[in-house]
Design a binder for this molecule. Structure first.
Ligand SMILES: Nc1ncnc2c1ncn2[C@@H]1O[C@H](COP(=O)(O)OP(=O)(O)OP(=O)(O)O)[C@@H](O)[C@H]1O
Ligand SMILES: CC(=O)C(=O)O
Ligand SMILES: [K+]
Ligand SMILES: [Mg+2]
Length: 592
């Protein structure tokens, strides 16, 4: 069992962890996070009881070059904390995200970020240090897209994220996104992109082309492609990023002329249109979850991912089927299923689909290829609202900061789009290409972070959030009680201007009910397992802590107060409202 200690410096971003090796004292920490000379670290007295005998040796020995703490002088200390990695039986301790803790201390907890951030991991961000930089930058969930990369690659990313959590005290959740069986291009023989110029003739075919891939050929994954398209159809790549017109069919080969030039990306989505409408022939019969997806899902279950996002969901049935499949296979661990809303069918069956899922994603990339672009914003608004009413977390995804794939600053329009999603109070925002293969993943994440914090604060201070009717979602009387308690507690929290809501929850349900109310103060969600803690990381306003607790609320509260006070996360006099799913009550109190 490794025990680690974390040190926070005044400048917030750099933090580091020391690992105790089984026999010797402490090992070096990664040079990438080593503080610059101007940071000084001290162990505060109140915390020194957290450190065992070996730690004082560390303080007295070593040299800065190798990253041993000893040479750092003893001024300007902010905090030192001990952190015991997950599931190591540290019932007495409390675990919270290292970055959140630093933020809480620096900004005071009323201004912590409420909107959660998801980063798609790709070649630009799969290294351990790159993942760590994203975690430090506020990534709550790492998404891996099964459209791209090999099984080994995905496994490596999952392993790295898990290691980051274990070693550095993060709680980054993992979301696996299925490929789905919609029509898409092949992988371009390994090229990152290819340019299609105006007027060029390209061949689209199910034929497996040799290597090197002949010029201007594109492999298509759908066997019925040549039969289903007609001469004169319009072929849209990624919903119109590049357009072709079908000019001739020769056996399995479909010849097309480029009418709107642009970059073709590996595995880009293909749709074809006839007389201004999307053509849905036999491809409409393709299964939502393909055989390959089922294998990927087995892989996700085996790896214990936290979320599985299902692409191109058409009906609630497929979600129900998947949920029972997971329940039968995943030994009690609870993988949440997210429905990606990105097709016409999913919009038709929206309410049923969301009801059956554990959350939804507004997948604007493909959605914008299936409905007219100008309908995407209203669809987004509707999905976000419905999810909140049905108490399901909702993610707004795709092209939030698309220009940052290439440029270090976003466009004003992109910032406005992000602001709108934050204003709608979606649970989470997602980066795709910006973090997977862009040049500025950390900067893109920083933009999401700063825009979220700024817009949340502005709307909160102006008190301009429109009230939303929250229909009853409880299916039993006990559920209804929990729901009423949460609604009332959130209302009281706003009226009394409390500093934080505390919720003690085993399954996370009470925490989500509070999050649904979007209260003005942050919600400290205490839960006993690391998997629930990671899952809560997707939901608006929740700061998930792992904490062992009992049925005795009095003792839970005392324990929490003293642990949080010792770590400087709350102070005497702070006003708190506490609810729990063990005891149906609302407690209002000042921290003693
Ligand atoms: N694992 C990966 N390996 C290589 N490239 C990747 C990987 N993941 C993402 N990318 C790149 O990042 C781009 C954006 O990622 P994103 O996950 O949004 O995929 P997408 O192909 O647009 O599909 P989807 O509709 O499922 O989001 C991809 O087009 C691809 O070029
Ligand atoms: C995220 C995704 O799948 C889309 O926008 O299409
Ligand atoms: K996908
Ligand atoms: Mg998609």
């Amino acid at each position: 069992m490794s025990r680690s200690l974390q040190f926070f410096t005044p400048s917030r971003a750099p933090y580091f962890t020391l690992h105790k090796l089984p026999s010797t004292s402490y090992t070096r920490f990664p040079v990438i996070n080593f503080p610059s000379k101007k940071h000084h670290i001290t162990i505060t007295k109140s915390l020194s009881s957290d450190l065992d005998a070996a730690s004082s040796q560390v303080l007295d020995s070593g040299n800065g070059q190798t990253g041993v703490l000893g040479v750092l002088s003893a001024d300007n200390v902010v905090a030192v904390q001990s952190h015991v990695p997950s599931e190591s039986g540290a019932a007495a301790g409390i675990e919270v995200d290292a970055v959140t803790e630093a933020e809480l201390k620096e900004n005071g907890f009323r201004s912590t970020r409420r909107t959660k951030l998801i980063c798609t991991i790709g070649p630009a961000t799969c290294g351990f240090e790159q993942l760590e930089a994203l975690a430090v930058g506020g990534m709550n969930v790492a998404r891996i897209n099964m459209c791209h990369g090999t099984r080994e690659w995905h496994q490596m990313v999952i392993e790295r994220v898990r290691r980051l959590n274990e070693e550095k005290g993060f709680a980054v959740a993992i979301m696996m996104d299925t490929e789905g069986s919609e029509i898409h291009m092949g992988d371009l023989g390994g090229a990152a992109s290819v340019k299609a110029e105006d007027g060029e003739i390209w061949t689209f075919s199910v034929r497996a082309f040799g290597t090197p891939r002949p010029e201007r050929t594109i492999n298509v994954n759908y066997d019925g492609f040549a039969e289903d398209v007609k001469v004169g159809d319009e072929l849209l790549v990624d919903g119109g990023m590049v357009r072709f017109e079908v000019i001739e069919k020769i056996g399995p080969d479909v010849k097309c002329r480029c009418t709107d030039p642009g970059l073709l990306l590996p595995r880009a989505n293909l749709t074809f249109w006839r007389d201004g409408s999307l053509v849905r022939e036999r491809n409409a019969m393709l299964p939502t979850i393909s055989s390959k997806d089922w294998l990927d899902i087995d892989f996700g279950i085996a790896e214990g991912v936290d979320f599985i996002a299902i692409s191109f969901v058409k009906s609630a049935e497929v979600i129900k089927h998947l949920k029972s499949y997971i329940a039968a296979r995943s030994r009690g661990s609870d993988i949440a299923v997210i429905a990606k809303i990105e097709s016409i069918d999913s919009l038709k069956n929206l309410e049923e689909i969301i009801q059956a899922s554990d959350g939804a994603m507004v997948a604007r990339g493909d959605l914008g290829a299936q409905i007219p672009l100008e309908q995407v914003p209203s669809a987004q608004q509707k999905i976000v609202q419905l999810c909140r009413q049905l108490n399901k977390p909702v993610i707004v995804a795709s092209q939030l900061l698309e220009s940052m794939i290439e440029y270090p600053t976003p466009t004003r329009a992109e910032v406005a789009d992000v602001s709108e999603a934050v204003r709608q109070r979606a649970d989470a925002l997602m980066l795709s290409g910006e973090s997977a293969m862009g040049q500025y993943p950390d900067k893109a994440l920083a933009v999401l972070r700063s825009v979220s914090v700024r817009i949340e604060k502005w709307w909160r201070e102006e008190k301009r959030h429109e009230a939303m009717v929250l229909p009853d979602v409880g299916t039993s009387f006990a559920d209804s009680i929990s729901e009423e308690i949460c609604n009332s507690a959130a209302k009281m929290a706003n009226n009394l201007e409390v500093d934080a809501l505390f919720v003690y929850t085993k399954t996370g349900h009470m925490a989500s009910l509070l999050s649904r109310c979007r209260p003005d103060c942050p919600i400290f969600a205490f839960t006993t397992t690391t998997s629930v803690r990671r899952r809560l990381n997707l939901q608006w306003g929740l700061i998930p802590f792992r904490l062992g607790f009992s049925d005795d609320m009095e003792s839970n509260l005392n324990k929490t107060f003293s642990l949080l006070k010792a770590r400087g996360m709350i102070k005497s006099g702070d006003l708190v409202i506490a609810v729990s799913d063990m005891l149906q009550s609302i407690q209002v109190m000042n921290v003693p």
